[in-house]
Structures are given as C-alpha cells and as structure tokens.
Design a protein around this ligand. Structure first.
Ligand code: PLP
Length: 455
C-alpha cells in the first residue's frame, strides 16, 4: 500500500458515494481523507496540514477547534440529546435559538422554521410561498423566479432554484414552476462597451419583462443570494438590488433572500441583506449559523407570512410540515453558542478589519496572466481564471485548469475551490493577516505553476 492508499482510502472507494465528485475518476483517484482540524487548519490522514481557505464548504466560520461549541454540544447531549417541536412540544435550546436568531435578523423577520440544511430551508420556502398564496385565495400565483448561477441547494425544489446546468441535467429538473433570470455579473455578461449601470438597467428590465410575460398574477416569489456563492462569487453591481426590490414590490412578489453563505458576518455585516440594503419577506440561513459544527438551518418569516400560516391552521388544523431533526437540541445549543461567540468576540468587526487586507492581497494577483478578474466582499472572494485575459476567455473545460490549480494549491498546503471558471476563497472568519498571507501566497504559487503548465 502506498502512502496515499491507506485502508481507509480503499474502503472509501468501495463504499462511499461522493457528492460533487467525479464518481468514475474516484475509483482510481481516491479520497483525501481529512482526520482532524485545529484553528484555520485541517490535517489529512498522513499528517499533512492544509489552511482551509474555503471554511470547508463556506461554513466553518469559527475554524475547526472552537472549544465553546464542543462544550455546548456535550452539555446538551448530557441534558437532553434529542427532542422535537412537533405537536406543541418544545425545548430550551430551540426556544433560545429562535429568540437569539430573530433578534439579530433583519427587521421584521420575527419567526423561524428550523431545518437541517440549506437545501431543506429553501425547499420549505418554496412550499410556504405556495401555501401562503393558496391561503390568500390566489392559487394561480405560484411561479418562483431564481437566477442563472444562483445556488440554493440540490433537493427537488431547491435544486430547481439553483441556476446551474449540471444540477438539472439528467435529474429532470427544474420544476415547471421555476424560471431563471439573468446573473448580475457585468464581467461575464456585460455587452461590449456596456457600462455597469447600463448592464444593471438592462438585466433588471429583463426581470420585469419576464414577470410581465409570465403575468404578475402568476409570479409568487423571487429568490437571490446577496452574493452568488457556488455560482462563482458574483458581487452584485451598484443599484441592482434596489431596482430588483422596486420591481418585486410593484408586482406584489415575495423576496426570499438566501443567506446560507452570506449570513453571520461573511460580508462584513451580520447579514448580506444589511450590506446590500435588502428587505426580505423570507430569509434562509444555515452553514455559519452553527459554525458548521452541527447541521442546522432556518427559514425566517415576517409577521404577515406567519399570520397566514396561523390562518392556515384555522382552516386545516395542524401545520403539516416538519422534520424529525429540525431544531435538534444539540444542533440548536451549538448554534446558540455560535451566535454568542460571534457577539462576544465581535467577529463581524474582525471581518471588517481583515477584509480590506484580504481583498488588497488578492487584488495584487489581478496582473497575473491567468487572472481575468478579482472580486469579493468581506471574507468571500474569487479569482477568475482565463486563457485569454483581453478577450475574457476561459480555458476549455476539458483542460481542467481550475481543478489543476486547486490541486496545486493543495500541494502547497492551502485549500481553495475551483468553481465555474474561477477559484473561490472563503476563509474562516477568525482568519488573521498571517493566514491570509499564507492563503493568497499558496494560490499565487499555484497560479505561477499553472502558467508554466499551460504554456
Ligand atoms: N444556499 C446557498 C447559498 C448555498 O451555498 C448552499 C450550499 O452550498 C445551499 C443553499 C444548500 O445548502 P446545503 O448544502 O446545506 O443543503
């Protein structure tokens, strides 16, 4: 057995089905088995250390060894390891988390329906939008508009909202009631010579045209991430959300904001909604809610929507939606402690302090021949990889350049993620300048190697 081919490596190939992995190639490539974490670092089974520049999957915001979260989980396991919220039951961590979460959420989001993942929270948003409009007596108002390159999950409804071809192809998605509108990336979709303002006007005009074509009486909701994450870290142009929100208001369309990545300080404010002036009717959170130490998510609702759900119960009896593990007490206790850590250590303030350094360091890569654009906000960024900088032309996907850079960076001990035609970075919110130097330095070396490789 070679160093990479441990017993675990073989057993993984034999039995584990890997999400978002080439399952055919996996049989020979095998897994990188990560066995422990410490601060901003993780270690593989051979003891190699990696700076986790993606916080796992955009989620481990407090790094990998936060004792307060471990203690909160252990304490709750000893007290009440499981209970649920069905049938009027409740438990202290669920109640306390709902209070703490709605207290920090954007104004008006006073109620929360818990779930276990971002996909489930977005799925619930779709169901509740449908239920809400049925209860309001407008059963034709059901379509949901999402955006190309938006990412909202992989379940049947949330996967439909996701605007990525590979999430739909051969999975028989999207659902027929979902429409996709433009991605707000001027770099990728601006016309030759078109200013950013003109681009914003054009794509928001397109949104309104789509609504008018479908019939506003058939369009129920619009969903967006404040900053598209998995679609390539697309930072919205100035004025974009202002115009979108005016259009939604005009046509009486609900605004669902997916804060699964942008929530809890990632953009330098508690929520991306604050960074971009969004007023959600519904908001989904997950990932950073528990620092990823436990699976938990939430769908936050306004009083108006909650009132409609109450009216639904007057009509139907019990609200017939719920998940066995929603608001799992251990997950809720960990999430509550995560919110306490964010507050006690002023994590959002820390992000605001280090983010300019992070973005400045990355900006220094903009002159690299393989870098078409550097974009980001807070501790969330992407470096666009191009074969031809002037023409903004990406590499042919068959060249596998993104994966090559990602693997090279890993060889240098830093984890970044190749998505779309870019390399994404989303380091833990506790990152210090030294971590940023190491992360950007590792990526820069990988880019230099990639340039030599491409020639
Ligand atoms: N929404 C956004 C913005 C995400 O980035 C993700 C996952 O990356 C999801 C939803 C889905 O979350 P989950 O993977 O927990 O189902």
């Amino acid at each position: 057995m070679s160093k990479t081919e441990s017993a675990a490596w073989h057993k993984d190939i034999a039995h584990v089905v890997h999400p978002y992995s080439n399952l055919d190639a996996h049989a020979t490539r095998g897994p990188t088995v990560i066995t422990r974490g410490e601060g901003c670092y993780v270690y593989d089974e051979h003891g190699k250390r990696y700076l986790e520049g993606m916080s796992g999957l955009w989620c481990a915001s407090l790094g990998f060894s936060e004792q307060r979260l471990v203690d909160a989980a252990v304490k709750q396991l000893h007290t009440l390891p499981y209970y649920h919220l069905f049938n009027h039951r409740s438990h202290p961590p669920g109640i306390a988390l709902a209070e703490a979460l709605t207290a920090v959420a954007p104004e008006g989001l006073n109620h929360v329906l818990f779930a276990n993942s971002g996909s489930e929270a977005n799925d619930a948003a779709v169901k509740l939008v449908w239920y809400y409009n049925n209860l309001l007596g407008r059963p034709e108002k059901k379509k949901i508009i999402s955006r190309l390159y938006g990412y909202h999950g992989v379940t049947v409804a949330s996967g439909s909202l996701t605007g990525l071809v590979h999430v739909h192809r051969d999975f028989d998605l999207p659902l027929p009631s979902v429409r996709h509108t433009d991605c707000p990336s001027h770099y990728h979709f601006g016309l030759p010579g078109e200013s950013e303002a003109a681009f914003t006007q054009r794509i928001t005009d397109n949104l309104e045209q789509l609504i008018l074509k479908e019939g506003p009486e058939t369009v129920a909701a619009f969903i967006a991430e404040p900053v598209n994450g998995s679609g390539g870290v697309i930072v919205p142009p100035a004025g974009y959300f202002e115009r979108v929100q005016a259009i939604l208001k005009k046509h009486d369309i609900l605004f669902i904001v997916d804060e699964v990545i942008t929530g809890f300080g990632r953009t330098g404010r508690m929520f991306g909604s604050e960074t971009y002036g969004l007023k959600p009717d519904m908001m989904t959170v997950a990932k950073g809610l528990s620092g990823a130490y436990q699976p938990i998510s939430g769908l936050l609702l306004t009083d108006a929507i909650h009132d409609a759900l109450k009216a639904g119960s007057r009509k139907h009896g019990a609200f017939a939606h719920g998940l066995t593990y929603a608001a799992h007490p251990v997950a809720a206790a960990v999430a509550l402690e995560t919110l306490n850590v964010y507050r006690d250590r002023d994590i959002v303030g820390h992000v605001r302090e280090v983010a300019p350094y992070f973005l400045e360091k990355l900006d220094a890569l903009a002159g690299h021949p393989l870098v078409g654009q550097v974009r980001g906000v807070g501790l969330l960024a992407a470096v666009e990889i191009v074969a031809d900088k002037a023409a903004r032309k990406p590499f042919d996907p068959s060249a596998g350049m993104g994966a090559w850079i990602q693997n090279r960076a890993m060889a240098y001990g830093v984890i970044v993620r190749a998505i779309a035609n870019c390399v994404a970075l989303c380091p833990p919110l506790i990152s210090e300048r030294s971590h940023i130097d190491e992360l950007v330095g590792g990526l820069a070396r990988a880019l230099d190697d990639a340039l030599a490789h491409a020639r």
